[in-house]
Structure formats: structure tokens, C-alpha cells
Design a protein around this ligand. Structure first.
Ligand SMILES: Nc1ncnc2c1ncn2[C@@H]1O[C@H](COP(=O)(O)OP(=O)(O)OP(=O)(O)O)[C@@H](O)[C@H]1O
Length: 255
């Protein structure tokens, strides 16, 4: 696909495929087009040219609200939580559209289906809270939490939608080493145990190379390489155009 903003070519003829069950990362320098690509996939931007399909269905023209129910979830580079609401309520917001019972039906059937549904709903939210180890902050307003914890709550809200494909925009940004290790572990578990396909943008090369099945490299809106972490690391254009000497240092530092 290609994406232009007036005279700015954010993406030019980029073609790639994310396979079911993999952790696929997009890397590249600032302004390379990574977030634009994720915005095209989530439906926030519409490509100027090209096509996006998900699970065999052409979704290029679908609005974001119709992509989420298909199973595409996302987190944002800049956090998008409701700061005054508790952690629990922020996660419940994520689940809301999954509830089948509307308000009136809920009133009528409160002692029947809706209540059973609500109980199952709460149980699933509790599973997510346990999984992300945020039990101790469930009643705290999200706005009072550390940055690392807010990132974790945002992930909780995104997975509460039960996506089959989750788009993570810089999930480790602004985190300390311990928080990054925790986040990497959560992403791997989401992928391996919860069966979610992950598409991630991340600047931390150590983490990217460690947990990705495949990596695509963008530079000035064009794809310059894709492949396994080893293939990408060995690619001369990647080394030259993007990573330079820092590559060895950051990968060694992460090892
Ligand atoms: N809404 C927009 N309007 C105009 N130009 C935009 C818009 N969004 C992105 N761009 C431009 O498109 C290009 C790619 O930006 P994008 O944010 O996708 O890069 P990125 O690789 O995600 O960068 P970073 O690592 O800094 O987040 C940049 O030149 C950017 O200025």
C-alpha cells in the first residue's frame, strides 16, 4: 500500500503479510512510516493506494469500529486511558461491546441470560487482571499510576476485546529494564498461550530481535528488508541505512 499526506509520502508501495500465530515487528528510524502503517491496519488512516485484507476479507474501506469486532485490537504510542476511571473500569470499557445484552434486554432478563453473561464477563476481566499482575491496582484511578503500569493497563484493555490480531505501538517506550522484561514476557504469553497474533512497532532492538518471529524494516516509507531477526540483522542495507554501529551495541546489551 501507499499513503500520502499532501506532498509527504508516508508509505510507498509497502507490501507484507503477517502470518497467523506469529510475533511480527516493524522497525525503522523516526518518521519511517511505522505508526502510519499501524493506523492503516486499524482503520484510522485509509491508504492512498493498495489493499489490506484480514483473514481473507478486504478491510481497506472498513471504519475502525467495524475492524475491532473482526478481531483487530490495538494499543497507542501515547496512552489513551481514562485517567479518572479505575483500572477495572478502564478494562470494562474495553469489554463493553462484547456484551450481547442491551440495556432493556438486560432489565428484562436480569435473572436469566444477562446475569450469566455479566458473571462470565467479570470472570474474563479478572483473568486478564491476574495475567497482567495488576490485582493490587485494580481500584486505583489509572491517571495516578506510573507510566509502566499505565502501559500495562492499556494492554489489558486492548486484550479485553479478545482480538485475534493485536497491534502494539511501542509497548516498551519509556519503560525501565524490569518493566520491559515483564512486558516482553506478557507479549510472548499472549502470543503462545492466548493464541494472539502480534504486530508490534518497537524501538528496543534487543527486545525486537528476542521475541519476534519475523521483522520488517521501513526507511523513508519504503520496505528495505523483511525476514527472521537473523536475516534482518545480516542485511547490508539495514545495517547501512538504519542501524549502523548502534545495532551491535544494543543487541549485545540485551544479550
Ligand atoms: N496525520 C498526518 N499528517 C501529515 N503527515 C503525517 C501524518 N502522520 C504521519 N505523517 C508523516 O508521515 C511520515 C511517517 O510518520 P510515522 O509517524 O508513520 O513514522 P514512524 O516511523 O511511526 O515514526 P516514529 O518512530 O517517530 O513514531 C512522517 O513524515 C510524518 O510526518
Amino acid at each position: 500500500m501507499s499513503l500520502r499526506f499532501g506532498g509527504v509520502r508516508a508509505l510507498t508501495d509497502v507490501s507484507f503479510e503477517v502470518r497467523r500465530g506469529e510475533v511480527f515487528s516493524i522497525i525503522g528510524p523516526n518518521g519511517a512510516g511505522k505508526t502510519s502503517m499501524v493506523n492503516c491496519i486499524s482503520g484510522r488512516y485509509r491508504p492512498t493506494e493498495g489493499r489490506i485484507s484480514f483473514d481473507g476479507q478486504d478491510i481497506t474501506r472498513l471504519p475502525p469500529s467495524r475492524r475491532a469486532p473482526l478481531g483487530i485490537g490495538r494499543t497507542f504510542q501515547n496512552l489513551a486511558l481514562f485517567g479518572h476511571m479505575t483500572v477495572l473500569d478502564n478494562i470494562m470499557v474495553g469489554r463493553h461491546h462484547l456484551l450481547k445484552s442491551g440495556f432493556l434486554r438486560g432489565m428484562v432478563y436480569w435473572l436469566g441470560g444477562a446475569q450469566t453473561e455479566e458473571i462470565a464477563h467479570r470472570r474474563e476481566v479478572e483473568d486478564i487482571i491476574d495475567f497482567l499482575e495488576i490485582q493490587h491496582i485494580r481500584k486505583e484511578p489509572a491517571g495516578t499510576l506510573s507510566y509502566g503500569l499505565r502501559k500495562r493497563v492499556e494492554l489489558a484493555r486492548a486484550i479485553a476485546l479478545k482480538p485475534r490480531l493485536i497491534l502494539l505501538d511501542e509497548p516498551m517506550a519509556g519503560m525501565n529494564l524490569e518493566e520491559k522484561e515483564d512486558m516482553a514476557r506478557f507479549i510472548l504469553e499472549l502470543n503462545q498461550e492466548w493464541g494472539m497474533t502480534v504486530l508490534m512497532i518497537e524501538h528496543d532492538m534487543g527486545v525486537v530481535m528476542d521475541i519476534s518471529s519475523r521483522v520488517m524494516v521501513l526507511d523513508f516509507g519504503k520496505k528495505i528488508a523483511d525476514g527472521t531477526p537473523d536475516e534482518v540483522l545480516a542485511h547490508p542495507q539495514v545495517r547501512r541505512a538504519y542501524l549502523g554501529e548502534d545495532l551491535d551495541e544494543s543487541v549485545e546489551a540485551a544479550a
